[in-house]
Write a new protein. Structure first.
Length: 544
């Protein structure tokens, strides 16, 4: 278990004081106007002229606690991106050896008065690529490596090696930074930099992230409720300690049953499921299951189906059923969710056909890294040695060791609510890797904790039928959840639906959970205005 953190609050308080001091140490430059709240992130507003020059010495003089300014350079901008001052800093943990790198992008003339923290994906804390859209929209924006400097390097496996020291011991300072401390340090430090550069604090602060970024946002709301006025958490990888090991379940089943299933059989099963339930929920034939939990397709009917790669056998059907059912213990007790109808098998259950006709299983790389660097602490661990019994052992280790530092499952968001924060969660129902039921379950527990009506006053979930992990799939993709959040925070208009569009240009509302969009039967089904929100099939309670 991670060591106790006795002085962390003092460190955070010192950073907060530094942020306030930095904002008070400067005045708005003569002739400049304070930026009024904008109606959307892209709205042009009166700008605030910077009061600092863009160089490392100027930012060093802000005196931000435990922080070293490593670089401050002016970027000239280009046809799509405004000129900006880009600052790189390192934040040292006063309690241990943890070091977090922070990047802050400050627009020269287009600042909209807001700050945006941008999340990462996989084992990366954030990236420039994910942050540039915020800069283009006028935000002062920031991202962090969250204590994992190798994240995003050329060798993908480098993303995970931060979890393990050279001697084989767990690198708890880096793990804790990646779990939650690094994003908080980034937020407080980047706000201090923003306040110092413009001579005033941001009027509003927003978090925007999906996948790992979604988890980071929810952890911020749970552990640091005053950091952000609004949070967008897409496809959040919460229940991290269960989910990361649970993603291996289908591969373990195929391994133990000595029956790797050919990809084209999985594709046939997915196509048959969608065809059988295409009109469920939305009432239209569009290749999307509108209400996946209402789909009652019997996988057993696939037995004997002829595919280009052979006949689907009873053994194949059993593998598919166990994947759909999710992780269970030896007595059939619930451990974690499986795939909902309409979610693709590909990704977590990849099998590679060989020239000799054999099939080689290819688990999701992140799950193998989780086993090697965070659970077994053996970089050479061979996942093929897993049995049902040893899988259950490592499942338990994962939950016991990492639930607190990575979990993101605390359903008591009363402090975030009381701080005035607003939360927009969304999740694609056809997510292959982060089971949508985990997010539904979290929102159900949030309502149990605070009451359904009280919860909707500050936190709302939207489930997007047919949408994959953060993007992709045949369903309508959310167009701009952040704008809906900004309108809620700054104008008090809570979103009842999220605007969404398919790749072909059809529009569709994504309804507030637990509702789904259903065609009224009148007008063009490609027009989102012809839909109404109806109650969806509820998530079944977990069964022990």
């Amino acid at each position: 278990m991670p060591p106790r953190r006795r002085f962390r609050r003092l460190h955070h308080a010192a950073l907060a004081v530094a942020a306030t001091t930095a904002s008070l140490a400067f005045v708005v430059a003569p002739g400049a106007q304070a930026a009024p709240p904008a109606t959307s992130p892209a709205t042009t507003v009166d700008t605030v002229a910077p009061v600092l020059t863009c160089d490392a010495d100027s930012f060093t003089r802000l005196g931000i606690t435990n922080t070293t300014v490593t670089e401050a350079v002016r970027h000239p901008g280009d046809a799509t991106t405004p000129a900006s001052c880009r600052v790189a800093l390192t934040v040292d943990d006063p309690e241990d050896t943890g070091v977090v790198t922070v990047h802050v992008y400050l627009p020269d003339t287009t600042w909209n008065g807001r700050f945006q923290g941008v999340g990462g994906g996989g084992f990366t804390g954030g990236s420039e690529e994910r942050t540039l859209p915020a800069l283009r929209a006028g935000y002062a924006a920031a991202w962090t490596d969250a204590g994992n400097p190798a994240g995003g390097n050329a060798d993908p496996e480098d993303d995970a090696v931060f979890g393990l020291n050279p001697d084989g011991s767990l690198n708890w300072p880096a793990i804790e930074d990646f779990g939650h401390e690094g994003v908080h340090d980034m937020t407080v430090t980047a706000k201090a930099v923003t306040a110092g550069y413009y001579g005033q604090e941001p009027a509003y602060s927003y978090w925007n992230g999906c996948s790992t970024g979604g988890r980071q946002g929810l952890v911020e709301a749970q552990k640091y409720p005053d950091d952000y006025d609004g949070i967008v958490a897409g496809a959040p990888v919460i229940n991290y300690s269960e989910l990361q090991i649970a993603q291996l379940w289908g591969q373990v089943v195929m391994l133990q049953e000595d029956n790797p299933v050919h990809p084209c059989k999985f594709e046939a099963a997915l196509a048959a499921t969608v065809a059988a339930c295409d009109t469920v929920g939305d009432g239209v034939v569009d290749g999307v299951i509108g209400d996946p939990l209402a789909c009652r397709f019997d996988l057993g009917t696939l037995e004997g189906t002829v595919t280009p790669c052979g006949v689907i056998t009873a053994e194949d059907v059993e593998v598919m059923r166990r994947i759909a059912e999710g992780v269970r213990d030896a007595d059939g007790g619930f451990l974690w969710y499986g795939l909902v109808p309409g979610a693709p098998y590909a990704g977590l259950h990849d099998v590679s056909p060989q020239a000799d006709g054999s099939l080689v299983q290819q688990p999701f790389a992140y799950d193998i890294w989780w086993l090697r660097y965070f659970l077994t602490q053996d970089p050479d661990f061979d996942w093929r040695t897993l049995t049902y019994e040893s899988f259950r052992h490592w499942f338990d280790v994962s939950v016991q060791r990492y639930d607190e530092v990575f979990g993101g499952t605390d359903a008591d968001l009363s402090a975030f609510r009381d701080s005035g924060g607003k939360l927009v969660m969304w999740h694609g129902a056809a997510d292959f890797g982060v089971m949508v039921q985990g997010t539904m379950d979290y929102y159900e527990r949030l309502q149990d904790e605070l009451g359904p009506g009280h919860t909707q006053q500050f936190a709302r979930l939207f489930v997007a039928p047919g949408v994959g992990h953060c993007r992709g799939g045949a369903g309508a993709q959310p167009v701009d959840p952040l704008s809906a959040l900004v309108e809620w925070v700054e104008q008090g208009r809570a979103p009842r639906t999220l605007d969404a569009a398919t790749e072909a240009g059809a529009t569709r509302p994504i309804c507030l959970y637990p509702f789904v969009a259903q065609w009224t039967g009148r007008g063009d089904p490609a027009d989102g205005s012809t839909y109404r929100c109806v109650r969806a099939t509820p998530l079944e309670p977990r069964r022990a």
